[in-house]
Design a protein around this ligand. Structure first.
Ligand code: GLY
Length: 353
């Protein structure tokens, strides 16, 4: 088993090993004295893995409840959040009990926000089932639900008690979702790991979901979360491809999934950086070629004006500027505070039409 220890406002471990799901009960019993564990999952994941997790928890002496929400980003909203809180209250859960997220980013964000706010805060555990959640969203304590006005607009920082990452669960992940998670893996490689970038170039998608890759991405995330837990400094590097990408996601009316939009966003950031002399043109070309080889989209087919309107609503906006993350080289990126008046130019440099 590989373990990454995170020293944030709470100290916890990310454990990575194939087969962990069936040992989750015993592991969590050693960390928590909760009587009741409530497992939160989407319909699909519940059907695949809910019974296995329940068996393991019951064997370890937990009373188990299950809350199942409809699958999909559109259900990461106040209504599902309210239903989950009502469920916990009706079943009599106390703050010493435990929530367990079994699922991808939607379930993890929702469960974390419920845990942070139910009775002013209770423990929760992340058991990620998608590659995106394994390498990114399950670690670092960002929790949220979406509002009609935008994604992740209601949320807080609330670190989990533990993250149990079982790469064997990726075997049932649709290939399309694996590709989306691979975009986040490429993000980590561009940020801080040239060797990982080269491995992905050589070995493709199979390398993206490997245990060693997950460990490397989580280790980079650990470093950034420990440097800047509350996202005011270097943690913002994790938004590489996301400012352009969120705008692309919105303009595509969510026809592109998050990872696909981030892929287009990373290429835009790299092309814009190359045109401004911030990185060599070959860096942008290699980033684009790798993403294409992983089956991800790389071309922006949306007009700069429409993208600009979406970017102006970005919650990362600070007064009259928006931080853009730009590659300087493979393995090194920087935060550029872009004045809002210059965003249109950045978008065009990135390839917007
Ligand atoms: N997913 C970006 C972060 O956790 O900061």
């Amino acid at each position: 088993m590989k373990t990454v220890s995170i020293h944030a406002s709470r100290q916890y471990e990310v454990r990575i090993e194939a087969g962990l799901l069936d040992r989750a009960g015993a592991l969590l019993r050693s960390l928590s004295r909760a009587e009741t564990a409530c497992v939160v999952s989407g319909e699909h994941v519940n059907a695949l893995y809910g019974d296995r997790l329940q068996r393991s928890l019951v064997q370890a002496g937990f009373r188990v409840l299950r809350f199942v929400h409809p699958s999909g980003e559109q259900y990461k909203n106040l209504e599902t959040y309210g239903k989950l809180l009502d469920f916990l209250a009706r079943k009599g859960l106390g703050r010493s009990d435990l929530l367990i997220s079994l699922g991808g980013g939607v379930t993890g964000d929702l469960t974390g926000f419920a845990a942070a706010t139910y009775q002013r805060g209770m423990d929760y555990v992340q058991i990620p089932t998608s590659l995106l959640a394994m390498v990114d969203s399950s670690v670092g304590g960002k929790t949220a639900v979406d509002l009609p006005a935008g994604k992740n607009l209601a949320g807080c920082f609330w670190q989990p008690l533990a993250v149990l990452c079982d790469p064997a669960l990726l075997q049932t992940l649709p290939e399309e979702e694996l590709r989306c998670g691979a975009a986040e893996v490429v993000k980590y490689a561009i940020l801080r790991d040239v060797a990982l970038f080269e491995t992905l170039e050589r070995e493709g998608l199979a390398a993206a979901g490997a245990e060693s890759t997950i460990f490397r991405c989580v280790s980079i995330k650990r470093d950034l979360v420990e440097e800047d837990e509350f996202d005011r400094g270097s943690r913002r590097l994790l938004n590489l491809g996301h400012s352009f990408g969120h705008a692309v996601e919105l303009c595509s009316a969510y026809a592109l999934c998050h990872g696909q939009a981030v892929s287009v966003g990373m290429v835009m950031a790299a092309r814009a950086a190359a045109k401004q002399g911030i990185c060599p043109p070959e860096t942008a070309e290699r980033i684009c070629a790798l993403l294409r080889a992983l089956g991800l989209p790389t071309e922006c087919t949306w007009p700069a004006d429409a993208l600009l309107q979406a970017m102006l609503r970005d919650k990362k906006r600070r007064g009259s500027s928006l931080p853009l993350i730009l590659p300087e080289a493979l393995g090194r990126c920087r935060v550029e505070e872009a004045p809002l008046s210059a965003l249109g130019d950045w978008l065009r440099l990135g390839g917007a039409i």
